[in-house]
Design a protein around this ligand. Structure first.
Ligand code: GLC
Length: 533
């Protein structure tokens, strides 16, 4: 029941295509990431997770891999990947690769062979059936697709150019575990595991039970009409998490961060039942449903503490390359963004920050008709405002616009005439350079908070208890470790709020107006403060 190094780390997610373009082709690349490592290191990020940069037809921008041991030319070469690992390590940081184990591209040589006949050596490497059952994919609608070569259907959990591998075939499992070993031997510090909850499917392909949900919840992959009982979160997947853990432990303690969806009770099981012997961390996307008020965040903390008690650790994530950006949800109000950062970086958990989140980048609003992302094509007959009304991002291009480094051409991202996705028009104001210069910026709040975390084990390793009897729109919690204590107070109101509390000194404040003395604190509207009692 011990904790691992990554339980007190933090993670910064890089979407390489949009981070930094070093060669002027309008597409971010690995050398670009290397150029910006000092920026991340200065901010205080300790680990980076890079979305996939392996060989791929890029139909889902790298989440459709055709060769797991090679690099897509637009991102660089194997030497660039090795250099990236080395440069990350030189700075005392870690690098997490994105491992898409569940499916490959339909252009992967394994699949081309598998689909060519019913009796080739890879015939059983994917999931083939004579007839589809009623299962829906994670993107809605049947996940079965007919292949005339075999007169059979293959299964895809996501989009139908991403056929699922068959982990019941021992060769498949060994091949994928060997790919994991391959990258660990090159120095990867772990993996983010793409839709890991879909890895195993029911071996008898039983139909899913009927259910009716008019609006499925954020973390509920069941869809509108069925419960994903037989295609997601199978016991075999929980067991496989342990096997994967054993494999990675051949190389020491490595991050295994599962992208899993389902009820909290289910996804929690990927960590191991009694002890932490499965994946080390899981995303719990239900928190993306947050409402910006104290009650909601109080409940979130209580739920997380109950579901992930020490030595388990929740992951606090509010944005990624698939979901609406948090700053967008907060209406671009920097005070609220800073408050969210204060919460994310001081709650008991591993914070995972998506590039651009640290400067408050917001969504683009691109039409579905011109989307590069394959997902909105599936929904092209449903008007966009319906999803906007639900607060859902279907066109993921909207959250993948290039990183805004400065106010120069293309936001300093690229010297190309045209970048792969347009820059957000707000890049002239919202950019790294501006925010580094502005003491009160969101970026500087991130920097101060990351520094504070690093200096104080109470924040990274301490216990958490909620502070009772506060004004209704103030959230307060105490972090305690080895005799060291900090109290954190967050004001979710647009009015100042007074808090009665004995404290010795103010350790950190979001604005100069978050202040107090002796036994009283005054929090500014959406202000926040950390004090030592
Ligand atoms: C995950 C990724 C997403 C990708 C999908 C299929 O949800 O985050 O970007 O499209 O899996 O691999």
């Amino acid at each position: 029941m011990t904790r691992s190094w990554y339980h007190s780390s933090n993670i910064y997610q890089i979407y390489p295509r949009s981070f930094m373009d070093s060669n002027g082709d309008g597409i971010g690349d690995l050398q670009g990431v290397i150029q910006k490592l000092d920026y991340l290191h200065d901010l205080g990020f300790e680990a980076i997770w890079c979305s996939p940069f392996f060989s791929s037809p890029q139909a889902d921008f790298g989440y459709d891999i055709s060769d797991y041991k090679n690099i897509a030319p637009e991102y660089g070469t194997m030497d660039d990947a090795l250099q990236l690992i080395e440069e990350v390590h030189k700075r005392g940081m870690r690098i997490v690769f994105d491992m898409v184990m569940n499916h490959t591209s339909d252009q992967n040589a394994w699949f081309l062979e598998s689909r060519s006949s019913r009796n080739n050596p890879k015939a059983d490497w994917y999931i083939w059936r004579d007839k589809p059952n009623n299962w829906n994919s994670l993107t809605g609608g049947s996940g079965w697709r007919y292949a005339p070569e075999r007169k059979q259907y293959y299964w895809s959990s996501f989009l139908n150019f991403q056929p699922d591998l068959n982990y019941r075939n021992p060769q498949v499992k060994q091949t994928m575990l060997d790919i994991v070993r391959f990258w660990l031997s090159k120095g990867a510090d772990g993996f983010r595991l793409d839709i890991f909850n879909a890895i195993y499917k029911d071996k008898d392909f039983r139909d899913n039970p009927f259910t009716l949900k008019l609006i499925p919840a954020e973390n509920d992959p069941s869809g509108f009409f069925q419960e994903a009982k037989y295609n997601l979160n199978l016991t075999e997947s929980f067991e496989f998490a342990k096997e994967l853990r054993q494999t990675t432990e051949e190389f020491g303690e490595k991050i295994l961060l599962g992208e899993v969806s389902g009820s909290r009770q289910l996804i929690r099981r990927y960590l191991g039942d009694a002890v932490n012997d499965g994946l080390g961390l899981v995303f719990d996307f239900a928190m993306l449903n947050f409402k910006f008020n104290a009650a909601c965040f109080r409940q979130l903390l209580a739920d997380m503490e109950a579901a992930y008690p020490d030595p388990f650790m929740p992951v606090y994530v509010f944005s990624n390359h698939d979901r609406r950006r948090s700053a967008d949800k907060l209406g671009g109000d920097v005070r609220k963004e800073k408050l969210l950062a204060l919460f994310q970086l001081t709650a008991r958990g591993v914070p995972c920050v998506y590039s651009g989140e640290e400067i408050g980048m917001t969504n683009l609003a691109l039409p579905f008709s011109s989307a590069l992302d394959p997902l909105p094509r599936k929904f092209r007959f449903i008007p966009r405002f319906f999803f906007d009304w639900l607060g859902m991002t279907i066109n993921r291009d909207d959250v993948r616009s290039p990183m805004q480094w400065d106010a120069s051409k293309n936001g300093g991202f690229s010297s190309a005439e045209k970048t792969w996705l347009p820059l957000h028009p707000n890049y002239a104001e919202i950019n790294v350079q501006n925010e580094l210069q502005n003491e009160q910026s969101l970026l500087n709040a991130f920097k101060a908070l990351l520094k504070f975390r690093k200096a104080n084990p109470a924040i990274t390793q301490g216990s958490l208890e909620l502070i009772p009897d506060l004004p209704a729109d103030v959230l307060g919690y105490r972090r305690v470790y080895n005799g060291e204590t900090f109290s954190v107070f967050l004001n979710f109101s647009d009015q100042p709020r007074d808090v009665k509390t004995e404290f010795r000194e103010i350790a950190l404040r979001l604005t100069p107006h978050d202040d107090g003395s002796g036994s009283a604190l005054r929090l500014s509207p959406f202000g926040g403060i950390i004090v030592s009692p």
